[in-house]
Every structure is written in C-alpha cells, then in structure tokens.
Ligand binder design. Structure first.
Ligand SMILES: *Cc1c(COP(=O)(O)O)cnc(C)c1O
Length: 374
C-alpha cells in the first residue's frame, strides 16, 4: 500500500506532470514572470468558472483578506465579526489593520458561524462580517446576507477552504462560494482544493468600483503609473503559479468529486458507531471536503490520534485552540457563549482527504479507526 498522507500532492502532480512542466517551461522562456499574460488568462478563466465579474489575483489568501478589508476604508476600532473556530489568518488581518475583532461561536454540526450569535454580536460600530466556509462547505449565507442587509454591513467571504462549492438559496438559485458577499477571498496554497506550487490567492467581487480599488491596493496604491493615491501593498500572483493554476482549474470539479467520494466511503464506514459523528452536509451547500472532520464523543480523540499515528496514518486536529484564547488576539469571554467551539476543540479530528486516496488506503484507515473505537 502507498504511504498514507494528509494530502498527496506528489501523486496528483505526476498525473499532470508533462502538461504542467511544459507550461512552466514556457513561462521561463517567455521571461514574463510578473503580470504576464498567464496571470491575465487565469484571472479570466476563474471569473468564468465562478461566474463572477472580477477576480483580482494576489500573493496569498491572508493578503486577500487583508486587502479586501483595506478596500472598505474602515476606521481604527471599527468592529468586524468572524468565527472563533477558524484558521488564524481570518482574525489576524483584522488586528493587523487595527480593527476590532468580534468572535462568535459556530454551529456544532456545520462548523460555520452561528447566525443567531452573529445577530446578537452586532453593535453600532460593526462594519463587516467575515463568514468562513470552513472545511469545504458554505456558511449559512442566506442568513448572513439578510443580517448584513438589515444592518448595512459588508460581507467578506473567507473562501480559502471551499472553492468550487455551491450555495443554494431558498428561491432555488445557486451561487459559487466566494461570490455572494461584497467580496470573497481565496488561497491557492498547495494543499487547498485549488492549489498552486507555491503561494497564491485572489479576491472576487461583482462591484466595479471595488475591483478598481482592489487592483490599486495590490499594486502599491498606484492607479496611474508612479502616482500613489493611497497606501497599498505589493501582493502579486506570479506567472509560474498562474500557469500551474490554469492547468489545474479545469480539473477542480473532478478533484472535488474525488474528495466527496472519499468522504462517502468514510461516512458509510463510520455510520453505525455511536461515538463517531461524521461531518454533517448542510442542506443549502454542496461540500468540497477540504477537510474530513469527525467528532469523537467518548473523550478518546487524543488516544485515537496517537493510535492512528502508530499505524502511520496521519490525522490532524483542526483547530486545537479557540482564536479568542490565542495570546495574539486574546479577549475576555463567557464560556456560555462559546459552547460549540469549546466542545469541538476537544472532539474534532481530521482524517486524510485528498484527490488520490484509493480504496485500499481508505479501508486501512477506517478499519484502524473502528478498531480503536469499538
Ligand atoms: C489557508 C487559509 C487562509 C490563508 O491562506 P494563505 O494562502 O495560507 O495565506 C485563510 N483562511 C482560511 C480559512 C484558510 O484555510
């Protein structure tokens, strides 16, 4: 059996090696390393795939979040609401810009922002909401957008983990993750569902004025060559990454389907064990399984991770610490308000999930989990 990894980027690469190698060599020969035609073409192709008017490529998913917030012209101390249970980058950028993060609990079943808690957290200083489409499915965007509209708030979707997922609205229409809010952001970090071979990211928006502003901010606040109208940053997707992404974008739906198939296998294997809760698939979102995250109910989560590691099965705890308890973003809180997050920190364990898992590996993993949990 092939060695089991959390993410098997090498096998995935070997399947497209000759095409990608040629594309990368072409960029080398063209010497258009920055802002070349490959970046522009990828931008257009991603706009078409997502059915969104503007894609603004940038250097990584953290920059994408920061730049999206910068485009909103917020004032020091303005409040931005996000989830307590997510990757740190989401809250880090809020602090970096001297805004105030307001963290709310998540839903126990979907791991995404609890929209009742969101409603309760709004104050006169609230300016924006950052829902995170965690582990591969959309937050409840219908509720988030309704709340935002009622209070005149901006919405930035952190879509680093759910590119390709679809959200279904109650009127029957659907939209791609990242294209529903004022802006959406994503990451092309190698292990993300659409990963390049280095760092990369992008911001999405339907709004022409915002798109103009975002393109200025990523380029030193420069709208006309050597005239700097505001303080921006230098955040670019390079041509080599763009050409890799152009080869992988047409494969994204197939990659997501392969992840779903692995998830189906896991779901079925664990269905009858009373101490294992499999990830719930939200009714209003498809799931692209950036992570496959179990909840272990008998208190043996850490023992399970240890047991799996002895069998050379990697498993990760995403995430072990609530953001509100991190030294960098610490805030006083009442545990009553964060019951789901605090339970999840103790229960969650993410199993290997990627595009290259075969049935032999899946069986080996599920047998091991069930053996320990019996
Ligand atoms: C990966 C990730 C980011 C940051 O993306 P980078 O490209 O690593 O900067 C932000 N938010 C979430 C939820 C992520 O998973």
């Amino acid at each position: 059996m092939k060695k089991i990894q959390m993410v098997d980027l090498q096998t995935q690469y070997f399947k497209i090696k000759s095409e990608v190698d040629n594309a990368v060599l072409n960029v080398m020969e063209s010497a258009a390393f920055i802002n070349g035609p490959e970046v522009k073409s990828f931008q257009t192709e991603l706009e078409n795939y997502l059915n969104v008017k503007h894609v603004i490529p940038c250097a990584n998913g953290t920059d994408a979040l920061q730049i999206a917030l910068m485009a909103l012209n917020l004032q020091e101390g303005d409040e931005v609401i996000t989830a307590d249970f997510t990757f740190a980058a989401t809250v880090e950028v809020i602090h970096l810009l001297k805004l105030k993060s307001v963290l709310v609990d998540v839903d126990y079943d979907t791991f995404t922002m609890d929209t009742d808690k969101l409603r309760a957290a709004i104050t006169p200083r609230t300016k924006a909401i950052i829902p995170v489409h965690l582990f591969g499915q959309c937050a409840n965007m219908e509720a988030v957008l309704d709340i935002a509209k009622a209070h005149g708030l901006h919405v930035i979707e952190d879509n680093a983990q759910a590119i390709g997922a679809d959200f279904l609205f109650s009127d029957g229409t659907s939209k791609k993750a990242g294209t529903m809010g004022t802006m959406g952001t994503t990451s092309f970090f190698p292990s993300k569902n659409l990963g390049c071979y280095g760092d990369g990211g992008a911001i999405f928006t339907e709004d022409d004025d915002l798109a103009y502003k975002l393109r200025g901010i990523v380029n030193h606040g420069m709208y006309e060559r050597y005239y700097h109208d505001e303080v921006g940053v230098n955040s670019r997707l390079d041509s080599i990454q763009a050409t890799v992404l152009r080869k992988k974008l047409p494969l994204l739906d197939g990659y997501n389907e392969a992840r779903r198939k692995a998830a189906d296998y896991y779901d079925e294997a664990f269905a009858s064990n009373p101490n294992i809760l499999t990830p719930k698939r939200a009714e209003n979102s498809t799931h692209v399984f950036h992570q496959y995250t179990l909840r272990i109910l008998n208190g043996k989560r850490n023992g399970l991770q240890q047991f799996l590691s002895e069998k050379e099965i990697p498993a990760m705890i995403y995430y072990p610490v609530a953001l509100r308890k991190q030294k960098a973003y610490y805030q006083d809180s009442d545990p009553k308000d964060f019951q789901n997050t605090d339970k999840l920190l103790e229960q969650v364990i993410s199993l290997p999930i990627h595009t290259e898992l075969d049935e032999e590996q899946l069986k080996f993993i599920t047998d091991a989990v069930l053996d320990f949990m019996k």
